[in-house]
Ligand binder design. Sequence first.
Ligand code: BES
Ligand code: MN
Ligand code: ZN
Length: 463
Amino acid sequence: MTRSLCFAPASPDAIALHLVAPDALEARLENLPTAQAAWARHHGFAATLGQVCALPGDAGRPAAILIGTGTPHDRARQRFAIGAAIAGLPEADYALIDPLVGTEGEEIALGYLLSLYRFDRYRTQSRPKARLVAPQGVDSAHLERIAAAEALTRDLINTPAEDMGPDALEAAARTLAEEFGAEISVTAGDELLARNFPLINTVGRAAARAPRLIDLRWGRGARSVTLVGKGVCFDTGGLNLKPGASMGLMKKDMGGAATVLGLARMIMAEGLDLSLRVLIPAVENAVAGNSFRPGDIFTARNGKTVEINNTDAEGRLVLADALALANETPADLTISMATLTGAARVAVGADLAPFFTDDEGFATALTQAAAQVADPVWRLPFHAPYETMIEPGIADLDNAPSGGMAGAITAALFLRRFVPDVPKYAHFDIYGWSPSNAPARPKGGVGMGARAIFRALIDGTAP
Ligand code: BES
Ligand code: MN
Ligand code: ZN
């Protein structure tokens, strides 16, 4: 399902692109042929961020294209705007001519690639696109690998639940494993009970498509990383049903799984020297006669009992069994990613990936890596005094504390109970969805945090 988001080969016919900052505009125009400068002035070109002005050339072909960079303030407000402006040009080959400074080239080039993405599985017509020659000084193959992985994440999230059930998510993981020679094993349905994954079975048992745990392994590196992704292919809320307005987007409740699969793709395609494991509990939280109920108490894989106070807090249940498995063979770094709580979205909105970790070094590394690759993250606390909120009294744990306080934190604390033995744990409570069109982030599924983690892994700052 991944398509190629790629650069064009170098071409002598490529139309020149010039980046122009507002304070350099006058000087630039003075150096242009008078007719072109007059043209740019006539069209009100002010070099605002992403503003485009095609300068007239011979026979109706643009002589060059000016693209405004706006001020540094504008660019901080809207990342990827320049790359998106390039991707929006009419179909032709383009090349950035002037030297680029710092990481500017990477952001523009990646912004361009990610802007080429379009979810077209259900479209009958495709659109011709602007082709950008890879700018000098950027590792174009590296960026193309990132873009391919992000496209995979977006495709998986965007695909409606009817076509992206636990079975289809498994198929996607198998396709990925095959492409990179990874090993994969899947435990499904009643086998989950026989192999002691009771909570995955419990949450998924009411659905027509069987719940399963996907376990993918790749690489023989000395450093080990385990990624765990929430794969709730549709979340009705179970018997404590979600209201219609909240259910509408719940095809994206496998966003954590989609994002760890995208990250796994980056790691494998780049050939990082790691031992990678990916665990995905894939289920549908459905309503039927055999649905689990509020008030039920279940024993998780690690022997802890969990009282169900809301069947809509299902993500932490399926993750609990997967994390308990990860805890049995502790990797150097364990990361879970999940569309886990509405509270996380309320706290930081759709653009930031909130993460929890007790490891100061990893938190710093991640924050720096995130800034480098324009994939913003924000740390939230594993605040220990809130532990009592997840302890109900008649079982070890409560899956849905009442009171609605610190919902993202109590969910994270719940997960942490299942990985007592891993040396380094981080949990991401992502939104996985771009609510409106933004540069390089069209409305729809979107990966969050994966590029930041990938950067930290490459730099060796994690684990
Ligand atoms: N998948 C939802 C969380 C969610 C909702 C993420 C909307 C992003 C957008 C999750 O399974 C859920 O329903 N969580 C509940 C937990 C509550 C019942 C303790 C929530 O956040 O309301
Ligand atoms: Mn839910
Ligand atoms: Zn959910």
